[in-house]
Design a protein around this ligand. Structure first.
Ligand SMILES: Nc1ncnc2c1ncn2[C@@H]1O[C@H](COP(=O)(O)OP(=O)(O)O)[C@@H](O)[C@H]1O
Ligand SMILES: Cc1cn([C@H]2C[C@H](O)[C@@H](COP(=O)(O)OP(=O)(O)O)O2)c(=O)[nH]c1=O
Length: 210
């Protein structure tokens, strides 16, 4: 079954769009597993707590290894079983977040470490489709300020979102078959409509289950 990831800087609307996409797929009769990273699996919840602590800045190498360990658990215990069980998997963030948040902003060249951990941790379980929400960093900052739900991330204030956004644009350019940029500076329903245009073709191979 299709595996879809949604990426974007913090505040770009991923949570909102994952919710709308999952609702749309379920109303089309599909069985869907909604998940997220870094805290989609049990280990990831602990890793997210470490990553988002305001009082301790981890080196990108430490971050990459921690999120990779969490992803290994997430892929093994949540994503692969759901796909094997005939469910769609929709993940709020996946491997491209690691490239953008750890590899692209590191002073040390982490590309080789990234590729080898990705091959072992993800293997062939790459998303069929990755949607990258593209939003000016100031708009995302304003939206983060308005956000009342979700789990707080005090480390947001320290992140270089311009560099992270650039890295996501690079990912889109380098993976044109898998990754698609969506203009997120529109109403939630307009963004959802653009996402649905990319997702709908996958429905042809996915008969409704109810
Ligand atoms: N298209 C949109 N237009 C305006 N506000 C939005 C839009 N999408 C989401 N929001 C709001 O912006 C804030 C951040 O959105 P959220 O989905 O939590 O982003 P993320 O998960 O990427 O951090 C929330 O308060 C949400 O209600
Ligand atoms: C998956 C992943 C997340 N992160 C970071 C990005 C986020 O700032 C933080 C928490 O993710 P998340 O809860 O998705 O934040 P938000 O809802 O604000 O977008 O974890 C990484 O640094 N590397 C990764 O590989």
């Amino acid at each position: 079954m299709p595996f879809i990831s949604i990426e974007g800087i913090d505040g770009s609307g991923k949570t909102e769009q994952v919710k709308l996409l999952v609702e749309h797929l379920r109303s089309a009769g599909q069985s869907v597993l909604q998940t997220k990273e870094p805290d989609g699996g049990q280990l990831g919840a602990e890793v997210r707590a470490i990553l988002t602590r305001p009082d301790r800045r981890l080196d990108p190498v430490e971050q990459l290894l921690l999120v990779s360990a969490a992803r290994f658990d997430h892929v093994q215990s949540i994503i692969r079983p759901a796909l094997a069980n005939g469910q769609w998997v929709i993940s709020d963030r996946f491997i491209d977040s690691t490239y953008a948040f750890q590899v692209a902003v590191s002073d040390v060249d982490l590309h080789q470490l990234f590729r080898s951990t990705r091959d072992i941790v993800v293997g062939s379980t790459l998303p069929d489709l990755t949607i990258i929400l593209d939003l000016p960093i100031e708009v995302a900052r304003n939206r983060r300020g308005q956000r009342h739900d979700g789990v707080a991330d005090p480390a947001e204030a320290t992140r270089d979102f311009a560099a992270i956004q650039d890295a996501l644009l690079t990912v889109a350019l380098e993976n044109p078959r898998r990754c698609h940029l969506i203009d997120a500076d529109q109403s939630p329903s307009a963004v959802a409509r653009d996402i649905w245009q990319l997702v709908e073709p996958f429905l042809r191979d996915s008969p409704a289950t109810h």
